[in-house]
Design a protein around this ligand. Sequence first.
Ligand code: PLP
Length: 369
Amino acid sequence: MNQPVYLDYNATAPVRRQVAEAVAEALRKTGNASSVHAFGRQARRVIEEARATVADLIGARGGTVVFTSGGTEANNMALRGLAGRRIIVSAGEHDSVLQAAPEAERIPLGTDGWVDLAALERLLDNGAGPVLVSIMAANNETGVCQPVEEAARLVHRVGGLLHCDAVQAAGKVAFSMRDAEVDLLSLSAHKIGGPQGVGALVLRADLEPTPLLVGGGQEGFRRAGTENLPGIAGFAVAAALACRELDRYAELARLRDEIERRLKTEVPALRIYGDEAPRLANTSCFGLPGLKAETQVMALDLEGVAVSAGAACSSGKVRPSHVLQAMGASEAEAASAIRVSLGWDSREADVERFVEAWLRHYQRSRAAA
Ligand code: PLP
């Protein structure tokens, strides 16, 4: 039996060996980082070193790094912690942004997946009061990278704040919070080979969102609860590895492009989402109306190949993607889209297995139609 092929890195990346070792080492250590004795100080050192390493991942030395339980909590903290502001979000944001601010005004996307900056400008010009805008650095479904720097310029012109969900971009493309002039930024460890259940909200040093969790002075009173020391130790190692391997990451575009070239050659009607915009090197999202996403995912799974249907949903149920619909896809088109996402351990043989399995499924579906 062939080894299974994992092509769902945007859902979660396999944990790096060095990360697993760092987590195991931290688990073996005793000590609460809030304790003043030597054991506590040792735990504190691990956390403070991790803070600096995570800040380096996104060019944010000097900013405040608040460790959280992941990207979802970081997004909630950013959007719910700065109450009293008018909130504007892009239509392609992750549900953890959209549902944290259900009243937010939406910036539409173009058919290429890019946020419509002219529409953002109009929204900014037409409203009053302090504003918070949330635009992701890269989309989890299509990989499309957003013009965050330009958006920051527009937002700052009216004295607003820009939050950026960088969960998918960090460690995959060079990104500097300082250069992009982002005010708040969300991260998650498990998208870059770190452990699940740990992330961070990185803040401009003068910002103080209201904590979501109270009842302890941890994280400078910004997030109560004993820190997830093993998770944070693993996050730091994953962040350091990702920083070091950014150039290698860009090479994944060769594998991704090979998948798209081969599928398009066989099936010219295939729509590849976001291929006209700058995209993460690792992500391909495509669909063909009539071929249901769930059926494709199941057929591929039977062949030992793991991919996602459009938006992977925590309940296991798949809804047609709001991102693809915001890009102009019909419900039927969105319901046919699958996402292939590569990562640090992906190889040419994985591409071969995926392409062959997908084409077999396509031919079988055509024969049955
Ligand atoms: N934001 C984006 C863009 C994501 O892709 C995800 C996870 O899929 C999240 C936020 C949530 O991160 P976490 O799983 O760490 O809560």
